[in-house]
Design a protein around this ligand. Sequence first.
Ligand SMILES: Nc1ncnc2c1ncn2[C@@H]1O[C@H](COP(=O)(O)OP(=O)(O)OP(=O)(O)O)[C@@H](O)[C@H]1O
Ligand SMILES: [Mg+2]
Length: 237
Amino acid sequence: MIDVVEVHKRYKSGNRWVEALRGVSCHIERGRFAFIVGPSGSGKSTLLYLLGAVDRPTGGSIIVDGQDLLAMSESAQNGYRRDQVGFIFQSFNLISNLTALENVLVPFMPRGISPEARQRAIDLLTRVGLGDRLDHRPYQMSGGEQQRVAIARALVKRPILVLADEPTGELDSRTGDEIYTILRQLQESSDVTLVVVTHDRRFIRPNDLVLEIQDGQMISRNGHVPSPAHSAVATPG
Ligand SMILES: Nc1ncnc2c1ncn2[C@@H]1O[C@H](COP(=O)(O)OP(=O)(O)OP(=O)(O)O)[C@@H](O)[C@H]1O
Ligand SMILES: [Mg+2]
């Protein structure tokens, strides 16, 4: 499903370069619940946003569902990001003057909202337990409720890939549990691939894929050091 090969990402910061990713390779099977873990500044968000074609790598290749993200034209990348990827952010990123239902429908707004789309949005909000909150605006909802709206928004276009950057980072631990329960139900009931950046390993289950990044390099996959053929990890000694 996802093949990342020797990906590099450099950012220019003032007059110096930051090497955010230094030859990252990984494979993520379809339908997996994959976690990206690692210290702050290690490149987790950078990798996540490259998978979503929000940005382009400086080198290497990323193939998602047979599509070479680097070979795509800009408009094909926009289409991929719009139609095939759902994003969930730490700070929910809802539009404050729209209701829960309208927020979920935002991905359809550029082209108009069909009755089917509207019904799907209502069904999704009901599935995440917000069937009685359709008309609430973000300030009328708790953080956990806002994140559930954001999950429904991420799913409304039936993406093949959902990317979440610390989705429970601003929530208390009980609300965090609820969010992961919803994400897990989603992963178990469909063949969507979920890639989640987290600092909290409490939510990781034995069948999940755990990719550990440090200093812009993949240092382990499910606790094992990746094979040297696939990454340039320096081994101590
Ligand atoms: N747009 C940017 N311009 C310059 N440097 C950047 C940019 N984005 C990220 N970086 C740098 O790249 C490195 C990796 O950043 P990234 O955001 O991927 O880390 P992270 O693992 O997600 O960290 P955190 O856990 O704190 O969110 C950091 O050193 C960061 O300062
Ligand atoms: Mg980050």
